[in-house]
Design a protein around this ligand. Structure first.
Ligand SMILES: Cc1cc2nc3c(=O)[nH]c(=O)nc-3n(C[C@H](O)[C@H](O)[C@H](O)COP(=O)(O)OP(=O)(O)OC[C@H]3O[C@@H](n4cnc5c(N)ncnc54)[C@H](O)[C@@H]3O)c2cc1C
Length: 103
């Protein structure tokens, strides 16, 4: 699912809020792996969308190695793979939410 759908009308705010929440919990000595996982997942999805939009705005130049956007377009999907793929992140987040809040 595109992150913008998850984030609703305030794209970018969802993962920022999750990141701040995770950092506050960590600072307080608590566990913050779910919040950090949510922030990572949402930020990676959003990054991919933003970079794709930017590539389109650049038109043909976006495809040229002369411009930074070409590298960003190649690198952004890596955020959905490295250090836990988006699919695995979603599974872990879902399992933890069911465990902590499910009946
Ligand atoms: C440029 C780059 C740098 C990297 N750097 C590091 C590093 O520094 N340190 C490090 O430890 N690793 C690193 N990696 C490895 C990276 O963490 C793994 O590629 C990543 O965890 C996915 O593992 P995999 O490639 O074995 O894919 P697989 O585990 O084979 O997964 C393939 C696809 O299937 C999906 N999938 C797998 N299992 C399930 C499931 N049960 N349910 C649903 N979907 C599933 C995955 O989400 C993925 O889309 C790097 C990878 C790349 C490309």
């Amino acid at each position: 699912m595109p992150a913008s759908r998850v984030l609703g009308e305030a794209p970018g705010r969802g993962f920022y809020q999750m990141m701040v929440m995770a950092a506050r919990r960590k600072d307080a000595g608590g566990q913050s792996d779910v919040e950090a996982g949510m922030a990572k997942y949402l930020a990676a999805e959003y990054c991919k969308e933003v970079v794709e939009d930017s590539l389109r705005i650049h038109g043909g130049y976006g495809y040229s190695t002369e411009h930074e956007i070409e590298r960003l377009y190649r690198d952004a999907p890596m955020l959905l793979i490295g250090e836990g793929t988006a699919e695995i992140q979603k599974m872990i987040i879902g399992q933890r939410l069911v465990r902590d809040y499910g009946r």
